[in-house]
Design a protein around this ligand. Structure first.
Ligand code: ZN
Length: 286
């Protein structure tokens, strides 16, 4: 599932081709993509509008159009955005859900095998703020993501630190891959209650989240299953994972075999020596 670095990779690839152009037409081929809005309603709202900016909030990709009209897309499980040059045939693309036509003849295809990906149109800047205000917490690559800010979010919370990182309404854009990588870098066990972290640990966690996300962006995202670049290429961050999906392999720091456990309902990878279990969670001795 694409996380912040994967969506940011797509954004960086699309922006130079879309910004300054006009969105000629949006064809919704699968009504589920924009439900409950009607496909024609969505198409009418964006037709012929200049594209001011392609931006990102958490795992959402935003196409900001003239007059504060915003097309908000989410790739969910298997969504991909592919760029197609003028004249290339797109009729036989598998799992095509929506197609954006630009005024230079290029198209951007939203393909999605599992069909959980979405597109919706928001009218007015205030609507955009309300939409994300209720869904997303702090942007981890924004200047506001300081150790102090993270400490305020974590204070008195009993949630395990991994579950905390995965909740989009606390920290936006972090998913299973980058949570594992960040917790390893910060030497924190995923089941440690986030409210019990000491000042220095919060500070390490803040840095580790930023470093993991930036490493993911540098590698142009991770391709485990479906994630693809806008030209169909794969990301390479999966080759640089420190612990994620590396069960049984040696820890890059201490050499202990990496273990897999379950945390926040997700397969989670840790070094048992670098990330010791919290004492409260240890089984009582006989
Ligand atoms: Zn280790």
């Amino acid at each position: 599932m694409p996380e912040l670095p994967e969506v940011e990779t797509i954004r960086r690839q699309l922006a130079p081709h879309m910004e300054g152009r006009v969105l000629g037409e949006l064809e919704v081929l699968d009504p589920r993509w924009c439900a409950p809005a009607h496909p024609e309603e969505v198409a009418d709202a964006v037709r012929g509008r200049p594209i001011a900016r392609v931006s990102r909030r958490g795992k959402y990709l935003l196409v900001e159009l003239a007059d504060e009209v915003t097309l908000v897309m989410h790739l969910r499980m298997t969504g991909t955005l592919l760029r197609v040059d003028e004249g290339e045939d797109t009729a036989d693309r598998p799992h095509l859900r929506a197609r954006l036509r630009l005024d230079d003849g290029r198209r951007v295809l939203f393909c999605d095998q599992r069909r959980f990906g979405t597109g919706e149109v928001l009218l007015g800047a205030e609507t955009v703020e309300d939409y994300f205000g209720s869904r997303l917490g702090i942007e981890p690559l924004s200047p506001g993501f300081t150790a102090e800010a993270l400490r305020a979010l974590a204070r008195n919370r009993r949630a395990p630190v991994k579950a905390f990182l995965l909740s989009q309404e606390r920290v936006a854009g972090v998913g299973n891959i980058y949570a594992d990588e960040a917790l390893f870098r910060a030497r924190l066990h995923p089941l440690r209650p986030v409210g019990t972290l000491r000042r220095g640990q919060i500070s390490s966690l803040r840095d580790a989240v930023v470093e993991s996300l930036e490493a993911g962006i540098d590698a142009r995202g991770a391709t485990i299953d479906d994630f693809r670049h806008t030209d169909g290429a794969r990301g390479s961050f999966q080759d640089r994972f420190l612990v994620h999906r590396r069960e049984g392999e040696p820890c890059p720091r201490c050499g202990s075999p990496i273990r897999k456990l379950r945390a926040a309902g997700r397969g989670t990878y840790v070094c048992p020596r670098c990330q010791p279990r919290p004492r409260v969670a240890r089984a009582p001795r006989a």
